[in-house]
Design a protein around this ligand. Sequence first.
Ligand code: RIB
Ligand code: CA
Length: 315
Amino acid sequence: MKSIPVILDMDTGIDDALAILYALTSDKLRVLGITTCFGNGNIVNTTRNTLAIVELSPKTVPVYQGASHPLVSAWEPTAEAFHGPNGLGGTRIFRPLQQVERLSAVDFMRRSIEDNPREIVLVATARLTNIAGLLLAHSEVISLIKRIVIMGGAAFVPGNVTPVAEANIWGDPEAAWVVFQSGAPITMVGLDVTTKVPISDSMLASLSPHVPYHDVIQEAVNFYLAAYNPGVQPGKRTAPLHDPLAVGIAEDAQLCVTRPYPVDIELRGQLTRGMTVLDGRKRTTAASNIDVAVKVDGERFLRQFAQRLQFEILS
Ligand code: RIB
Ligand code: CA
């Protein structure tokens, strides 16, 4: 079976770390490289975290540094509560041996897409700043991208940073607008589905002690579970596997049901900036631009995720 060439665009991040491990244990995905973005930490931390997690994974892939702040607005760090002061729950990260590549994230994406026309899937699990930068500077690549699978947005459910906005869209709405309006084929893997695939205390406790990432993942995910469940006793906590699900859907689109909708990004609303505004009207004249994931086979995803990363039990 032919593998799918992908580029992961990430703000590593605890769930991004799990997504990297999931992607690098796939025999269906061929990860050409990982590009980094600010978000769950500053760009120095998210890049360092990416290199460290790659070093603990079974494959080596190049890492390219990307944006350190949003396209037009100022960066407002909001993720520390969920991802800790260094983006990995405060876990003491060793100094990775692998160095970041000299090529920029945008140049790496452009070059890879031009070398593999209509084959590459971009999996975006961060603010969309790097991808917007690519599409603005090199609009000729838009028709050469096979698909962009985005962890971001909230179609029919509340947001997670504001009542209506999800973090990856809220963190750089102008970038999200550029990408959503670009005409590239896009699958939106939003909170509607990512909140249906939780990791739990029992699953975490069942991680094989023999995997090289055991200690880092134990400590980081423990922080993530605590952050998502204030006041809940360890043992009863769960937290969403947002970013791993986007990788899962890039690998196997059958994991979810998608529906095409016109979706726009709110840029101005005092209460609604960063909202993914979906036009669900039956008689709308707006053209559908986004395939929105509305349902997920969570059981199948969690089984695969647990098997590949070597958790012995499911959530
Ligand atoms: O809203 C969840 C998303 O925001 C995930 O990608 C998480 O890593 C953070 O970036
Ligand atoms: Ca992320």
